[in-house]
Design a protein around this ligand. Structure first.
Ligand SMILES: Nc1ncnc2c1ncn2[C@@H]1O[C@H](COP(=O)(O)OP(=O)(O)OP(=O)(O)O)[C@@H](O)[C@H]1O
Ligand SMILES: [Mg+2]
Length: 344
């Protein structure tokens, strides 16, 4: 265990066996026939989250994100490997671990519907040994911060979906956990509450040395919020880097040449220093998009060659712009590459 990791996953494996219904025919109508298939929810996954860090876990549907959150919070047991929270094995020191962890699971009914939000928070707080004046104060503060103050005495079953989600987040925070696990927390939340939660996450990590793991499909949220990002695909961790480094993973630079008519792409792809050339049809006309090697000399020569080639093809150049790498592009390319490698 490295000292500064508050959460650590070591060589985690988890396989679920799912049953697939065979196509219905006369035979299967009589005997329900299934075919068993193994699904890797975690395939040799290792990573750590430091104190004061926000870690984003990204991945397509079914990649294994929720399973990972469940393993850190002791709800799913890994087949192999171990999850540690503050150096404690989640499986063996469950009770101690649970005191340190607050979790919001996607689409899970955490709150007790016949009770009010305030009663829910008091109940969950007491379960985690928060008592008395401190508990009441914290419950009121949380409801205030998330914008549920005016609903604090309304039965949860009468709340909207977003309001229930807000309460789930408050429940996760009631014991002031060292580790906060948020599985798609912004689902159904309005802009104001999403902002309040982001601010809270920043404060918890920056000022109080807690750590937060967040899974999301929203690349803007991930890019803005997370210090470190892990990308998971079919249970495999295919990238795990500080956000800045991940954005630089494809070091080639992308330039967009806006033109008056569409040029033939093939000659551009042949130019030394050009990694890839594509044609895009935008609202304001065609654009040649070229990916260039990172080395300055080669890139400069390639840029000259591209403009010469455009001139040679009698295409008028309207503008040149450099395209910034964003997390969405990096995510799509990495997952596509990993899918390709898997299918070979
Ligand atoms: N209890 C279970 N029994 C069988 N298979 C399961 C179970 N839980 C998860 N799986 C399978 O494990 C894989 C990973 O599921 P998981 O819920 O972790 O994905 P996810 O990354 O959270 O996806 P999403 O983005 O849709 O929330 C999926 O293929 C899923 O079908
Ligand atoms: Mg999930």
């Amino acid at each position: 265990m490295t000292d500064d990791y508050l959460v650590e996953l070591q060589d985690i494996h988890k396989v679920f066996t799912t049953r697939h219904l065979l196509p219905v025919d006369e035979e299967t109508r009589k005997r329900r026939l299934f075919k068993k298939r193994d699904v890797y929810a975690a395939n040799n996954v290792s990573f750590g989250i430091r104190r004061g860090e926000v870690f984003g876990l990204l991945g397509p549907n079914g990649a294994g994100k929720t399973t990972m959150v469940k393993m850190i919070s002791g709800l799913v047991r890994p087949d192999k490997g171990q999850a540690l929270v503050d150096g404690l094995n989640v499986d063996k020191k469950r009770k101690q671990v649970l005191r340190k962890v607050g979790v919001v699971l996607e689409g899970t009914r955490t709150s007790i519907w016949p009770l009010t939000p305030l009663e829910n928070l008091i109940y969950y707080g007491m379960l985690k040994d928060v008592r008395g004046k401190l508990l009441r104060q914290r419950a009121h503060d949380l409801l205030d911060f998330i914008g549920l103050k005016d609903k604090k005495n309304v039965q949860v079953r009468r709340l909207s979906r977003g309001q229930k989600q807000k309460l789930a987040i408050c429940i996760a925070l009631i014991a002031d956990p060292q580790v906060l696990l948020l599985d798609e927390p912004s689902t159904g939340l309005d802009v104001q509450s999403s902002r309040a939660i982001k601010d809270r996450i920043m404060e918890m990590t920056r000022d109080h040395g807690r750590c937060v793991l967040v899974t999301t499909h929203d690349m803007h949220v991930a890019q803005e919020l997370c210090d470190h990002i892990g990308i998971i695909n079919h249970g495999k961790l295919i990238a795990c880097k500080p956000t800045e480094a991940l954005l630089d993973v494809f070091s080639e630079q992308v330039f967009v040449f806006r033109t008056d008519k569409a040029p033939t792409v093939a000659p551009f792809a042949e130019i030394p220093g050009v990694v890839r050339a594509d044609l895009e049809q935008g609202m304001d006309g065609p654009a040649l998009v070229v990916h260039l090697v990172p080395e300055l000399e080669a890139r400069s020569a390639a840029l000259y060659a591209v403009t010469r080639q455009l001139e040679h093809a009698d295409v008028r150049l309207r503008a040149i712009a450099q395209r910034q790498q964003n997390l969405e592009n990096v995510f799509l390319r990495l997952t596509a590459e990993s899918d390709l490698a898997e299918s070979q």
